[in-house]
Write a protein that binds this ligand. Structure first.
Ligand SMILES: Nc1nc2c(c(=O)[nH]1)N[C@H]1C(S)=C(S)[C@@H](COP(=O)(O)O)O[C@H]1N2
Ligand SMILES: [Mo]
Length: 250
């Protein structure tokens, strides 16, 4: 499946883009019957209307919670993190690797130069609290497009800097969530640089899923075909050690 086809699921609000994608698809698959193409188009439309592909609710500025608590790791002490923090994360790097044609490494300044998305969303933690915050950062899809993620990639793994109680925190999502427009690599919360307790300098926002999927202290993302051999193989820290579901839809 091409990136174009993946993205086709998300362009409901933009007829021009959708037409563009379909036209390209038809050109590249000129040999196929018209009926196949109509089928593809209908599947795309249907997927766009299913809850899994829909945008989650975005809130108004007045809905923002007065404070956004920190949960899980809130001040990592391992692997040079305190030094990075003391240095305003000037030497922090974010890598895009695994099954990509062009592995990439970004400084925070470079990340600021990419197109940004700002969204006000509600975060739901399984421990029974919620908070509404405004998040800003590039869409994960921007990084994956720049790195030319392979069609063999089935998951995106979030790599984190913090060791939690049982080991290194990590998370993973499928390509559907990875290319979702509201899946962003956030560097701002409520217009300010991310506080340390909320994942400075970079954290994932995976808005259709519960809090534990929103990996903090990101050092990079890795495109993989399988989750075997990563952590205990269940796709995330809490999936490995807490029995949490890998797909944690809100
Ligand atoms: N790297 C890392 N990411 C993490 C965690 C963590 O301990 N380490 N905790 C998760 C959990 S359970 C939740 S609810 C949210 C909390 O985000 P917050 O600290 O901004 O409230 O981060 C998630 N991401
Ligand atoms: Mo959580």
């Amino acid at each position: 499946m091409s990136i174009l086809m993946r993205r086709r699921n998300f362009v409901l609000g933009s007829g021009a883009l959708m037409l563009g994608a379909c036209t390209k698809m038809q050109q590249s698959e000129a040999g196929r019957s018209v009926f196949d193409r109509v089928d593809d188009w209908q599947m795309g439309l249907q997927r766009a209307l299913t809850p899994r592909d829909a945008l989650v609710r975005e809130y108004a500025p007045e809905d923002i919670s007065p404070s956004f608590r920190g949960n899980g790791s809130t001040n990592p002490q391992n692997d040079g993190y305190p030094q990075h923090a003391a240095n305003d994360f000037a030497n922090w790097r974010f890598t895009v690797g695994g099954l990509v044609a062009r592995p990439l490494e970004f400084t925070l300044d470079q990340i600021m130069l990419l197109p940004q998305r700002t969204q006000i969303t509600r975060h739901d933690c399984v421990e029974g609290w919620s908070a509404i915050g405004q998040w800003t950062g590039p869409q994960l899809s921007t990084f994956l497009d720049l790195a030319q993620v392979s069609e063999a990639a089935k998951y995106i793994v979030f790599r984190c800097a913090d060791d939690y109680t049982r080991g290194r925190y990590y998370e993973s999502i499928d390509m559907n969530d990875a290319f979702h427009p509201q899946t962003i690599i956030a560097h701002r919360l409520n217009g300010e640089p991310l506080p340390i307790k909320n994942g400075a300098p970079l954290r994932a926002r995976v808005e259709r899923q519960l809090g534990y999927k929103h990996a903090k202290y990101l050092t990079g993302v890795e495109a993989v075909a399988s989750l075997d051999g990563i952590g205990l193989g269940k796709g995330g820290y809490w999936e490995d050690y807490g029995g949490y579901q890998w797909y944690a839809g809100v």
